[in-house]
Design a protein around this ligand. Structure first.
Ligand code: NCD
Length: 342
């Protein structure tokens, strides 16, 4: 594993599978009476959120706490950032406080990369969503959810080869779509993006996926259909005639869901616009994995933080005894915990 996680596109297949397998170990912990590991005891993780977030911020916080790290939540509102402090000065402050990892969400595409390559901080940088660019841990939790649902138990070591994933909606503004396209293709899945022409990014031809302007023709061959939120806060123009028209052409309702194969799942990263890209009937159906994705997000973020900060020893120790805290050694390849030492 590299020291930072700023882009899903940078992950090799082996690293991606290692994260998914480690997350399986972390997920098993959730069934134990004591859910906490001492692995990152004494380490400090800062959640640096310049954009609003519910799921992602809480998920990183829960993941850090389950690994016994100290967590500092820093939100731009109410901080010196609102007085005009730069990213550099904020980073230097965090460095002075001894942050071992900074989890950053920022409105500007490329801000996590800047932080990782600037030399301002010595710890690991994890991208929790930057502008319209990438959201790697979301793509990892989506892949984890798909692997569990579509490949099944005993999926450790396996990728998503041959699975067909359709991603529908506001691709133009979606960092989730971009990260998913790259990660899913690394994991062997075939991705089709579905959107009105106005919501397809320029340069999509170079992405490892197909593009369709119609949803109906791809429904019956999809193993997973991922619905995306229409991101009004990032829209400066009118990208479609009316909400009703958008929902009619690109929304997923019960009738469309019934045309998906029986085993296929509906996914959504949240927050959902019920009645727009997804009807309440679909959102609340057992085929929709939205809530499961949130649960899986904690396991994935535990796996990522563990592998970046302390991945030199097994995450889950032999015989159920807690693993000792390890010094940071990002250069050492991680040994994922196995069934035997669970
Ligand atoms: C996504 C995001 O923030 O990029 N949500 C999330 O992280 N769960 C998608 C969105 O905001 O629509």
């Amino acid at each position: 594993m590299k020291r930072h996680l700023t882009s899903a596109g940078e992950l090799s297949r082996d690293d991606a599978v290692l994260i998914l397998d480690t997350a399986e170990e972390m997920a098993r912990l959730a069934d134990r009476p004591v859910k906490k590991l001492p692995t990152l005891r004494g380490r400090t993780i800062v959640n640096l959120f310049f954009e609003d977030s519910t799921r992602t911020r809480i998920s990183f916080e829960a993941a850090s706490k389950r690994l016994s790290a100290d967590v500092i939540n820093f939100s731009a509102k109410g901080s010196s950032v609102s007085k005009g402090e730069s990213l550099k000065d904020t980073a230097l402050t965090l460095e002075a406080m001894g942050a071992d990892a900074v989890v950053i969400r920022h409105g500007e595409s490329g801000a996590p990369h800047r932080l990782a390559t600037s030399g301002w901080i010595g710890g690991s940088v994890v991208n929790a969503g930057d502008g319209t660019h990438e959201h790697p841990t979301q793509a990892l939790l989506d892949a984890f959810t798909m692997r569990r649902r579509l490949v099944g138990s005993g999926a450790e070591g396996r990728d998503l080869s041959g699975r067909r994933v359709t991603v529908v909606g506001d691709i133009l503004h979606s960092r989730v779509a971009r990260s998913n396209v790259h990660l899913l293709s690394t994991l062997g899945a075939q991705v089709t993006l579905v959107a009105p022409p106005t919501l397809v990014p320029v340069g999509v031809e170079s992405w490892p996926c197909e593009v369709s302007y119609a949803l109906d023709p791809v429904l019956d061959t999809s193993d997973a259909v991922m619905m995306l939120r229409v991101q009004r806060e990032r829209m400066r123009d009118a990208f479609f005639p009316t909400e009703r028209e958008y929902a009619r052409r690109y929304g997923l309702d019960g009738e469309r869901m019934a045309r998906m194969p029986e085993h296929a799942v509906v996914m959504h990263p949240g927050p959902m616009n019920r009645g727009m890209e997804i009807t309440a009937e679909v959102a609340d159906s057992p085929r929709c994995t939205a809530v499961e994705q949130v649960t899986n997000g904690v396991s994935i973020r535990m796996a990522v933080l563990y592998l970046l900060l302390g991945g030199a020893s097994p995450a889950v120790a032999t015989g159920g005894a807690p693993a000792p805290a390890t010094p940071a050694n990002p250069a050492t390849p991680a040994t994922p915990a196995t069934e035997e030492n669970d």
